[in-house]
Design a protein around this ligand. Structure first.
Ligand SMILES: Nc1ncnc2c1ncn2[C@@H]1O[C@H](COP(=O)(O)OP(=O)(O)OP(=O)(O)O)[C@@H](O)[C@H]1O
Ligand SMILES: [Mg+2]
Length: 461
């Protein structure tokens, strides 16, 4: 399905040109002449990306941006600012704009940003975050590890010290970073995120430190980087393990001296920023392999926070299930009142390689497809439907049937179930792109296709 862009500008000619350009790019375009009209359209029809001018009658671009951030937090907003108004661009970014372009802009530049925003929008739609700000950072869990985590958060939230959050994918790293910011006295100041894994390596420096006009081809206007935008607030460096080694010295200096230069600039900029970094990689291994600088590691690792994988804190699964049941009942307008014990047992004994994110996705899907008010074990995805061992004192490894049986066959079945599950999730992540799924799973395209056929996952079967 085509991504839908909502173009908001009070100048009709501009709206028309932009709409036509974007339609040619394959977007579905809707237009609005001011903030009020835009908000109405968004509430009614939704959109994947909003592009808005700032100066408009009735509701201006900044008010619209704030309303969209509050009411439709998953929809990225791109702001068009007047030439030379860096202050309004900075203000928009702080208010939660996805990005901005400065008039007069080149269509190529705007198109690239919209494409990036549309990708982000797809991701948001998949890893849905709660609508209500309050729910967003609710860290659910009452087990010992979670109590310890809450204590650490309470203690360090308001300190300026750098925090390094380590944990497998989906364990809640971003959630903890957000909580740290919201519980600090910086909460009213910007919380700026940058995902180091998502930026092409040649652009990392420009994203972090900004650039001056003419610094490289395509730099038609100067632009502040994430450090500048985060001034006085918190900068969250996500997937820090992915940052190119040649950038690490510059980052180290910026952290140590609180100053840096924009790309192509000579002026030194000073900022006051609280840093939080996160990684799902084992940085000590990265250091040993020469891919991560030891000095940067020590500078980041002032307060280490380890998030345990879900399989090591199964005691929290029932609480999490309850949390997500309420969340998705509200979000999907469903009325699931109960998860049967057998279903809960299956959820509690699965290994959850994708951790809380996987649990959340499974519940979202299951609640979405639920017919009545009760979720039974049979409503869960097949890979989860393993009976729980009868004797709790000697639990079988997760996923292994309770009753012993022919070993070779059981092992084979289990391996196939895991493979199938990995492939299904790979396809989900890549939007059913076989080539990218094969890359992700590090198997050849051919063997992926054979397995998809074997498991009945091919569209044409
Ligand atoms: N303790 C928790 N209570 C409630 N929800 C949680 C908890 N931990 C994580 N989540 C939810 O799980 C999802 C994944 O969390 P988050 O994005 O913070 O993980 P992550 O470690 O950054 O993952 P990745 O490495 O994949 O980026 C989010 O929707 C988050 O709200
Ligand atoms: Mg994350």
């Amino acid at each position: 399905m085509a991504d839908r862009v909502l173009v908001v500008d009070d100048e009709q000619s501009l709206r028309k040109v932009l709409a036509a350009t974007l339609q040619r790019e394959g977007y579905e375009v809707q237009v609005a002449a001011d903030g009020e009209e835009a908000l109405g359209a968004l509430d009614r029809d939704g959109a994947d990306v909003v592009v808005t001018d700032l100066v408009m009658p009735k509701m201006d671009g900044l008010s619209l941006l704030r309303k969209v951030v509050a009411r439709h937090p998953d929809v990225p907003v791109i702001v068009v600012t007047a030439h030379g108004r860096v202050d309004s661009a900075v203000e928009a970014m702080k208010a939660g704009a996805f990005d901005f372009v400065t008039k007069p802009f080149e269509h190529a530049e705007l198109k690239a940003i919209i494409a990036k925003a549309a990708r982000q929008s797809d991701l948001n739609a998949r890893n849905v975050v709660a609508d209500e700000g309050a729910l967003r950072t609710e860290i659910v869990g009452k087990g010992q590890r979670m109590i310890e985590l809450q204590q650490i958060i309470a203690k360090v939230a308001d300190a300026p010290s750098t925090v390094l959050i380590q944990g497998e994918s989906g364990t809640g790293k971003e959630l903890v970073a957000t909580a740290l910011h919201e519980k600090s006295s910086r909460q009213e100041r910007p919380f700026i995120k940058i995902n180091c894994a998502a930026i092409p390596r040649e652009l990392v420096e420009a994203e972090l430190f900004g650039f001056e006009k003419g610094a490289f081809t395509g730099a038609v206007q100067s632009k502040p980087g994430r450090f500048e935008l985060a001034d006085g607030g918190t900068l969250f460096l996500d997937e820090i393990g992915e940052i190119p080694i040649e950038m690490q010295v510059k980052l180290l200096r910026a952290i140590q001296e609180s100053e840096f230069e924009r790309v192509g600039g000579v002026k030194t900029t000073r900022v006051e920023v609280r840093l939080i970094a996160a990684t799902s990689r084992d940085l000590t291994r990265e250091i040993a392999a020469g891919r991560f600088r030891e000095d940067l590691f020590y500078r980041l690792n002032v307060v280490p926070v380890f998030l345990p994988p879900l399989r090591e804190r199964r005691e929290d699964i029932p609480l999490l299930v309850e949390h997500f049941r309420q969340k998705y009942n509200a979000r999907l307008k469903k009325n699931v009142e109960k998860i049967e014990d057998e279903a809960l047992a299956a959820l509690a004994s699965y290994t959850w390689p994708g951790n809380i994110r996987e649990l959340e996705n499974v519940l979202e899907r299951t609640i979405l497809f639920a017919e009545g008010t009760v979720i039974r074990a049979a409503d869960l995805p097949p890979s989860l439907r393993q009976p729980r061992p009868a004797d709790d004192s000697t639990p079988a490894p997760p996923g292994v049937p309770a009753a012993p049986g022919p070993m070779k066959e059981i092992v084979k079945e289990q391996v196939q179930a895991i493979e199938r599950d990995l492939i299904v999730r790979g396809l989900e992540v890549t939007g059913n792109n076989v080539t990218r799924t094969a890359k992700l799973l590090k198997i050849s395209r051919k063997s992926l296709q054979m397995k998809m056929k074997e498991f009945g996952l091919r569209g044409d079967d």
